[in-house]
Design a protein around this ligand. Structure first.
Ligand code: IVH
Length: 790
């Protein structure tokens, strides 16, 4: 039987397949972009799209403008056409405090001559660009900017590229002609990624997500728009013909959602203005955690009948208001730049600004980060600049608006504190490959504790609450102690006598004694606090704790090569270099030695099992930063060869290797490995790394968990219950992470779903229960064998 086809020469089966694919793709596009709840993987989606593209290429007559393949397709424009809005696009009145909001509510009551509660739809005021989308018979026919409210620009080609804008409406019940209005915006994550790319390509950065979104929509070539991460959130309707809409604004939003639009998920209906105020505060509290920028809350009278009764005044509706949050960006004048010396010697430029109210506080200082940022901004004294303060973060200068004739800001050549010549940091990692040379933007003073500012900053960190927590040694006192020469390094604090303090500003007999007591009471200190107190760049409390737990004592950390430091949880290559360099510096070593003499640091020479189990030959190879050799290639190499084999390997042996996916390893990787191991210095260094691991009992041959074994011995899909104690591990948590690292799960209670009960010391009690459930009981040794499959 043959079905009637709309097209000649197209098999009806194909026509049906095309229709089905479009429907499916539209549905999954909606799940993904509007509901944020995908039902299929990206790969499945891509396959469907690919199939549709193939069919459309084969039968070009079937292509319609609303096909999901047609999001980018049009040729670049020479200019945007003007659009006259069927209904003007209005703006909103603003309220800046509760009083103004209550006055708005009162105006409504007065005008309607009613009393009582008004129901409001509460929406986020997204910080983007307003857009109008016109649908005829459910098909998107025009997209336009707001322009001056009466005339906008036709940006149809550009809006078509935005995935959260339906090209064809879903479901039914929509009016024949429907104009949907909403905001096009760029989520913060997309904005950051875009700027990251621009930074890497040395291109001009976007000031904020709103400007980036506006710039993307202004493109005459829609391919550029398509490459920018934009979203559209629908918040109202404009012109409507041939159809009925719900009685409430919230109902309209619900309809828009069913027709395929993204509507904001935070939207709520408040029974009265007091509830609306609560909504404003609740959202205000989480403003910085939202994935997009908002600048206020929009309250709209929910009843559309009341909206009509209230009408408009000049350019804004009487039934809606925008209750603004404090602006997070403002412009002001750059008065001066102060170059401050931090505890590590890094010089930070601090902008001195004409005071400005931004992000809820008055700001007169903001960071300019580093020399790169100064060069990028091309900033001059007296410039009009944009300052940003979001949440509790330090305010920063993010852009220059106008130059006003001042001189260029340049870094000093000498340390503003000690006049020592400043240096630019260039780091060369230990292994000799090109990728191992890192140029850092930081400019620093290398005088160490000879530089007064560095010393006082380091001391202030050392005594601070999360570090040694010495009460009573504020910055003013530290400065005095430094200036009179009593304290030249942190250890000197522990040599202070009461008499020394009595002579200083702010000390009497009693307070001096209290201070000495406070100092002495901190002598016994945990290793993690001690590490944190040292003020190693990039080493916060979390990292200090990891280092302490996994390496046991300071001796094991000092001198540990950076590549091996990265075997500590969450220590990446940048942090490991900082730690290594810190301890390579003789002044720092002396500071640590002196402190160890006066303090009682709680440590033991036991390397944690987590560290011991971390190295595998494959991940060791990755750490060598050989060009072209990432995880998959390293696994393939480790599967076939030992480390020693690599010292004498041939290109023939290497190029025949295949990764687990059956792909040959790249020529770049082959050359990379050969070149790397040809270098005698690299070979010696690798040998020394391997030796260190052996000495620490962390070599893969001893624990036998290389990637290969991990695959066979994987605990993937297995559920373990742990009982009893395991002296080999510092805590149950450590054993748990070992199991999880191998892909297993740990559950708190025995059930039929349990794969094994792991019994430690004194934990036999559960054995019977396990037996009844048919769950095998194993010892720690047996667990290790499960992992190792020795
Ligand atoms: S309603 C007649 N709702 O704010 C009502 N506007 O200052 C007109 N905006 O141009 C707009 N989020 O670009 C409305 N949930 C929201 C909004 C919103 C952002 C923008 C929109 C408008 C401007 C008005």
């Amino acid at each position: 039987m043959s079905t009637l086809s709309l097209f000649d020469n197209i098999p009806s089966g194909v026509e049906q397949e095309i229709a089905d694919l479009r429907k499916q793709l539209q549905h999954h596009n909606y799940r993904y972009y509007a509901l944020d709840d995908p039902q299929i993987t990206d790969a499945e989606y891509d396959r469907m799209m690919q199939r549709l593209r193939e069919l459309e290429a084969q039968y070009p007559d079937t292509v319609t403008p609303d096909s999901p393949t047609q999001r980018v397709g049009a040729a670049p424009l020479s200019a945007f056409q003007t659009v006259i809005h069927e209904m003007p696009m209005l703006s909103l009145d603003n309220a800046f405090d509760d009083e103004e909001l209550l006055a708005f509510n009162q105006r409504i009551l007065d005008r309607l001559k009613i009393s009582g509660d008004i129901e409001y739809a509460c929406e986020l005021k997204l910080d983007g660009i307003a857009v109008s989308l016109l649908y005829r018979d459910g098909v998107l026919v025009r997209g336009a900017t707001r322009g001056d409210g009466t005339n906008g620009e036709d940006i149809t080609q550009n809006v078509r590229t935005i995935n959260s804008i339906p090209l064809r409406l879903m479901g039914n019940g929509f009016p024949t002609v429907l104009e949907v209005r909403g905001e096009i915006y760029m989520p913060k994550a997309g904005f950051n990624a875009l700027n990251e790319k621009a930074r890497a390509a040395n291109e001009k950065l976007f000031v904020n997500p709103r400007n980036a979104a506006a710039g993307a929509l202004r493109q005459l070539d829609s391919k550029i728009t398509a490459s920018r991460p934009l979203e559209m959130c629908a918040y109202s309707i404009g012109w409507v013909e041939g159809g009925q809409l719900p009685d409430t604004h919230s109902g309209v939003l619900a309809s828009l959602k069913t027709w395929g639009f993204l509507t904001n998920r935070e939207t709520e209906v408040a029974n009265n203005i007091q509830q609306a105020m609560k909504f404003y505060r609740r959202i205000g509290d989480k403003r910085d955690q939202l994935p997009y920028d908002i600048d206020g809350i929009v309250f709209k009278v929910n009843s559309r009948k009341l909206q009509e009764d209230l009408g408009f005044i000049s350019r804004a509706p009487r039934w809606a208001i925008a209750y603004k949050f404090p602006a997070q960006e403002e412009s002001t004048i750059l008065l001066d730049v102060e170059f401050q010396v931090g505890r590590t010697g890094v010089i930070t430029p601090v902008a001195k600004l004409k005071p400005i109210f931004v992000g809820g506080v008055t700001v007169s200082n903001a960071t300019l980060h580093n020399n790169d940022q100064i060069l990028k901004l091309g900033i001059c004294y007296n410039d009009t600049v944009v300052v940003k303060r979001a949440g509790d973060v330090i305010p920063k200068v993010v852009a220059v608006l106008t130059h006003n004739g001042g001189d260029k800001v340049v870094y000093p050549k000498e340390c503003p504190c000690c006049n020592n010549e400043l240096k630019k940091e260039i780091k060369i990692k230990r292994l000799k490959t090109k990728s191992n040379v890192v140029e850092n933007a930081a400019i620093y003073c290398s005088a160490g504790f000879e530089c007064r500012d560095q010393l006082t900053q380091a001391l202030a960190h050392f005594v601070s609450r999360d570090a040694m927590n010495i009460d009573g040694l504020g910055e003013k006192i530290l400065v005095q102690l430094v200036d009179v020469g009593l304290v030249k390094s942190p250890a000197d604090i522990y040599e202070l006598k009461k008499e020394h303090l009595i002579g200083l500003d702010g000390f009497a007999e009693k307070s001096a004694q209290n201070c000495i007591d406070a100092i002495n009471s901190t002598k016994k200190v945990s290793l993690s606090k001690f590490i944190y107190s040292l003020g190693i760049p990039e080493v916060g409390q979390e990292t200090a704790k990891r280092l302490s737990d996994e390496l046991g004592c300071i001796e094991n950390i000092i001198g540990l090569k950076p590549e091996l430091l990265t075997y500590v949880t969450d220590v990446g290559s940048e942090v490991s270099m900082q730690i290594y360099e810190f301890f390579s510096n003789s002044d720092n070593r002396k500071m640590v030695d002196d402190l160890l003499k006066v303090l009682d640091v709680q440590q033991s020479n036991v390397i944690g099992s987590k560290f011991k189990l971390a190295p595998t030959l494959a991940n060791f190879i990755v750490k060598l930063s050989i060009p072209g050799v990432a995880a998959e290639t390293a696994k393939a190499i480790a599967k076939k060869f030992s480390l020693n084999d690599l010292f004498f390997i041939s290109s023939f042996e290497l190029s025949s290797l295949k990764t687990a996916k059956g792909v040959k390893i790249s020529t770049r990787a082959v050359l990379g490995v050969l070149e790397f191991f040809e270098d005698l210095e690299n070979r010696e260094y690798v040998e020394s790394l391997e030796n260190d691991l052996k000495l620490m009992g962390a070599h893969w041959d001893q624990v036998r968990i290389d990637e290969e074994n991990r695959e066979i011995g994987s605990l993937e899909g297995k559920v373990f219950v742990i009982t009893g104690s395991f002296p080999e591990f510092k805590s149950r948590g450590e054993l748990k992470s070992l199991i999880e690292a191998q892909g297993g799960k740990v559950s708190g209670s025995l059930s039929g779903a349990t794969s094994y009960l792991v019994i430690g010391d004194g934990g036999g009690g559960k054995r019977n229960d396990a037996e009844k459930l048919g769950v095998p009981s194993i010892t720690l040794e047996e667990l290790k064998k499960l992992i190792d499959r020795i």
